[in-house]
Design a protein around this ligand. Structure first.
Ligand code: T5A
Length: 208
């Protein structure tokens, strides 16, 4: 059995955390051994870097520094958890991955996408997700859900335009790579979103 990397992407409040368990269960029901993780984070070292990136600190975090921290966390995550799992034939289900870097640091912050692509090549040396599910909603819907839930980190306090630019990058990447990406309309009630997710997973598994 060859391991696979499945990533779940989308803006704040689209329902990634809510649906990770659901997707995990669907995979397990099909007899798949799945390791569930997240980015930034996923190992003790990478989780420490996550805190640096998400916490609102006294000292400003320059955009390039943020980008390098995210890739530093990804390097630890890849070498210490994701690659070993895949090498053992396990499937990895990851809440966000490098598409988030293109969306947030590229689209949101405005860093050149070529810099992100170079770091991706350097750190991942060819490793890419096998399937990426993009939960998509208009920005306002996700932010409203976050407001209702309460509590904000460094990203959640960004302006609306930041998330609009990030969404555009996500959607354009999905359009450019239709063989890897599936876009699910996450603005609908959860039961409908999960009906679609179940179909996405069934279709993906039917190819093996
Ligand atoms: N980041 C990350 C980068 O900038 N670059 C990178 O490369 C990477 C990897 C991570 C932050 O780091 C940034 C992006 C992020 O800002 P995070 O906490 O992992 O932070 O990610 P968030 O998107 O911030 O997680 P959230 O919890 O805020 O959003 P979720 O997980 O998408 O939303 P969820 O599931 O918690 O749902 C939010 C609320 O909506 C409800 C839920 O019950 C919950 O209350 N909900 C729905 N309500 C109605 N209908 C539905 N269909 C619903 N689905 C969920």
């Amino acid at each position: 059995m060859i391991g696979r990397l499945i990533t779940l992407e989308g803006l704040e409040g689209v329902g990634k955390s809510t649906n990770m368990d659901f997707i995990q269960r669907k995979l397990q029901d099909a007899g798949i051994d799945v390791d569930v993780t997240r980015e930034p984070g996923g190992t003790p070292l990478a989780e420490k870097i996550r805190d640096l990136v998400l916490d609102t600190a006294d000292e400003p975090l320059p955009d390039l520094c943020e980008l390098l921290l995210i890739f530093a966390a990804r390097s630890a995550h890849l070498e210490n958890r994701i690659r070993p799992a895949l090498d053992h034939g396990r499937w990895v289900l990851c809440d966000r991955f490098t598409d988030a870097t293109y969306a947030y640091q590229g689209g949101g912050r405005g860093l050149p996408l070529e810099i992100i692509a170079s770091l991706e090549d350097l750190i991942q040396s060819g490793l890419r997700p096998d399937l990426t599910i993009l939960l998509d909603t208009p920005v306002e819907i996700g932010l409203q859900r976050i407001r209702e839930r309460g509590g904000t980190d460094r990203f959640e306090s960004q302006r609306l335009e930041f998330f609009q630019r990030a969404r555009e990058v996500y959607l354009s990447r999905a359009q450019q790579e239709p063989e890897r990406y599936v876009v699910v309309d996450a603005s609908r009630p959860l039961a409908q979103v999960q009906d679609d997710l179940a179909k996405v997973i069934e279709l993906y598994l039917s190819n093996f």
